[in-house]
Write a protein that binds this ligand. Structure first.
Ligand code: ADP
Ligand code: MG
Ligand code: MG
Length: 210
């Protein structure tokens, strides 16, 4: 895959479609250990992004597309996850710089910066039962594939697989951050909705890159 502004925009449209298709599932997961708005929050944000991509000119670089996604999510998603995903995208945008075509190393670096942004803002660690439990193994897998010569599609495939496993790993955990932490021990036995949405987003990006 050649990772241009156009293909990054197309990949984000795919993410929007996947988020919309899983809106009800994410609402259900968030109803179990939160307030039930995660699926709708994300659907609204990614829908707004698709509208902005439809209405405006294509941003000039992959970085600019990611920045548009960041500012759109920050201004439309709300809740806890909106600013976290927005920060992730903003850091990713900065990390890739002004190149016209992203390679595997840039994509892996963008994921790493996205995680750093989420952690800087939300202060969650692995094991706290948040999106960090999906994103952390995804970054590790992406970095190792990029370091051993994998292409963009392989980097994203590895990230998606690791994120899926990471999301699954949140089931037995007791939440220590966010709304689910108010439930204490009762938060155990459920997938964290933000970890699930992170896995879905990375899966959509991997599919788009194939
Ligand atoms: P809210 O809890 O405000 O309704 P959402 O339902 O949109 O927000 O998002 C909830 C998700 O946000 C959780 O499932 C979790 O993955 C993530 N989250 C919550 N707090 C944090 C945090 N401090 N760091 C990282 N992720 C967090
Ligand atoms: Mg919620
Ligand atoms: Mg909420």
């Amino acid at each position: 895959m050649v990772c241009t502004a156009e293909s990054v925009a197309a990949a984000l449209r795919s993410v929007a479609a996947v988020v919309a298709a899983h809106r009800d599932e994410l609402v259900r997961l968030d109803r179990e250990i939160g307030d039930g708005d995660h699926g709708e929050n994300l659907r609204r944000g990614f829908d707004a992004l698709v509208s902005r991509l439809d209405d405006g000119a294509l941003p000039a670089s992959p970085s600019a597309v990611l920045r548009l996604a960041a500012t759109t999510l920050i201004s439309t998603v709300g809740g806890t996850a909106g600013p976290l995903y927005g920060t992730a995208l903003l850091r990713a945008s900065t990390a890739v710089g002004d190149v016209a075509v992203l390679g595997a190393a840039e994509v892996a670096a963008a994921l790493g910066s996205a995680l750093e942004g989420v952690v800087a803002r939300g202060k969650a660690e692995v094991g706290d039962k948040t999106m960090v439990d999906a994103l952390t193994p995804a970054v590790a897998a992406a970095s190792s594939v990029a370091a051993t010569g994998g292409g963009v599609a392989e980097v994203l495939e590895a990230a998606a697989g690791a994120a899926d496993q990471g999301a699954g790993s949140t089931v037995p955990l007791v939440a220590r951050k966010g709304r689910a932490s108010y439930l204490g021990e009762r938060s155990a036995g459920h997938v964290d909705p933000g970890a699930r949405s992170t896995a879905l987003i990375l899966r959509a990006l991997a599919e788009a890159a194939r």
